[in-house]
Write a new protein. Structure first.
Length: 511
């Protein structure tokens, strides 16, 4: 039985885990360790190594060796695809363990964790399918030439992941990394490293060659910085806050590494008077409070047309107050804690800001009385009404169970308010008018739009933002293709003699 499995069974006994480099967990002897805390109880459940720049360098060197090795770099395409599919099967066989470990580590209710992670193995199958179906291009060119492209794996990928969806976000980049033939060093959030470490262990046991997948734990300011700026990476993939993305992206750009960055958001949801209000409220509660609101696509700004504004506010407030907050391992729990005491204070700080700005608190905004002594980082789902677009709570990302409701009059007003943000990750619209839905989806400044829905994703559908919400796309062919570099090859098929410096060759071709 793995030590990770024992950790779930005996969570009162903290265990120590080393870095995962070159196919194995490393020793923790003599290493500086950092605590991993269960957000539902505030207890230390594990310790992991506080990696430094030397550790990152060691992991990148292992990834480079694997990339250039015959065992991985020279593996035949079909063999690699079979291996990636086998990894999906192995992950699926260990889902119950991963469900429990992730719920323990990040506090999401077990029902949510099951619904999300159960679909992750298909990311590997989807990307293996893309690899099998891949065709390089033959390019029609003028003259006696045969031109074509070779797509080659880009190399070593640095993958920096956040705390909110530890396994999903790690795997949405590990999957195309492996299917493309690249190698990777993953730096999980210091708050939620456990499922990523366990996945690396499972994949090694399933036959993934040493060095292909490495995991370095540590703080962003040290390990994350060292990884992003290392000259040995060829691609940086990061999901996190906009400022973290700006710093890491700038560092990676100095070495001309390509980048995919999914950053902050302040998702607008336009609710028109012709929609089913009860249905819109159900999606509002889901969009705002799933994952305790700690999602980049959290339904943070509800723009509601005035004829249904009061009804919407009253019903959303009632739904928020009815949400059962508590132990994430209880199947009846509907929302767990936020990730840390610091994050809870951030959410409560925005409550004070909203009140000071004159907004009307209609739900939540407090620590649940019955959980005040639990040690966990709980906060009630929070709704503010009578918010104006200029208020701080309508502009800054809270990253917690916190949403605001803003009234509007016309479709043009809704679009103007929705686009009045530095962010552009996602948006949603609720309406019974199909033409309006398509107009809004076309004109709203966002990389992802849902019509009469929220927070849906598919392995084949591209995911990413515009403006300060990042660059590049994850999921879909767009993401898979970004793990390759294209090499152009041109073959002279004429066999004719050539002498550029022949003074009589007046019609010689230069380009």
């Amino acid at each position: 039985m793995s030590a990770f499995t024992n950790l779930v069974a005996e969570s009162a006994t903290p265990r120590s885990f080393g870095l995962f480099i070159d196919g194995a967990l490393q020793s923790t002897a003599g290493r500086r360790m950092m605590p991993v805390i269960a957000p539902a109880t505030g207890e230390v459940i594990a310790e992991v190594v506080e990696a430094d720049a030397a550790d990152v360098d060691l992991a990148i060197r292992a990834a480079r060796r694997a990339f250039e090795s015959d065992e991985w770099g020279g593996m035949a395409l079909r063999a690699r695809c079979r291996l990636v599919n086998r990894l999906a099967d192995v992950m699926e066989a260990h889902l119950e363990e991963l469900f429990a470990l992730e719920t323990l580590n990040n506090g999401r209710p077990i029902r949510e964790t099951r619904a999300q992670i159960a679909r992750v193995p298909d990311l590997f199958r989807y990307n293996a399918g893309l690899a099998m179906a891949r065709r390089d291009s033959v390019i029609p060119v003028e003259g006696d030439y045969h031109a074509f492209t070779n797509r080659l794996p880009v190399g070593v990928v640095a993958n920096v992941t956040p705390f909110n969806h530890p396994l999903l976000i790690a795997c949405r980049n590990i999957a195309p990394t492996l299917a493309s033939g690249c190698t990777t060093v993953v730096k999980p959030s210091e708050l939620t490293p456990l499922t990523t470490l366990r996945l690396a262990e499972l994949f090694a046991e399933a036959g993934l060659p040493a060095g292909v997948l490495n995991v370095v734990t540590g703080y962003g300011a040290v390990a994350g910085k060292a990884l992003s700026e290392h000259p040995g990476i060829n691609k940086l993939v990061l999901t996190g806050g906009t400022e973290s993305g700006r710093a890491a992206g700038s560092a990676a750009a100095r070495n001309f590494a390509s980048q995919t960055l999914e950053l902050g958001g302040k998702t607008p949801v336009a609710v028109f008077a012709d929609c089913d209000v009860d249905r819109a409220v159900s999606y509002a509660a889901f969009g705002a409070f799933v994952g305790a609101g700690q999602t980049c696509v959290c339904a943070a700004r509800h723009l509601v047309q005035r004829p249904v504004y009061d009804e919407f506010v009253a019903k959303l407030a009632a739904r928020a107050e009815a949400i059962r907050v508590g132990d994430p391992f209880e199947m009846t729990t509907q929302m767990g804690p936020v990730i840390s005491a610091r994050q809870r204070e951030r959410v409560l700080g925005f409550v004070e800001t909203g009140l000071a700005e004159g907004a009307r608190l209609v739900a939540g905004g407090r620590v649940p009385e019955e959980l005040g002594n639990s040690g966990g980082f709980f906060v009630r789902p929070t709704v503010f009404a009578d918010v104006t677009p200029e208020m701080t709570i309508a502009r800054e990302e809270v990253f917690g169970p916190f949403t605001v409701v803003i009234p509007f009059d016309t479709e043009e007003d809704a679009l103007r308010i929705a686009n009045d943000s530095p962010y552009g990750l996602a948006a949603a619209v609720h309406t019974g008018d199909v033409a309006r839905a398509h107009r809004f989806a076309r004109n709203v400044q966002a990389g992802i739009v849902w019509i009469n829905d929220h927070h849906r994703v598919d392995a084949a559908s591209p995911w990413g933002g515009v403006k300060l919400s990042g660059i590049g796309r994850e999921f879909g062919e767009e993401a898979f293709n970004a793990y390759f570099t294209a090499k152009a090859v041109m073959v002279n098929t004429s066999g004719a003699p050539f002498d550029w410096y022949d003074p009589y060759a007046l019609d010689a071709r230069l380009n």
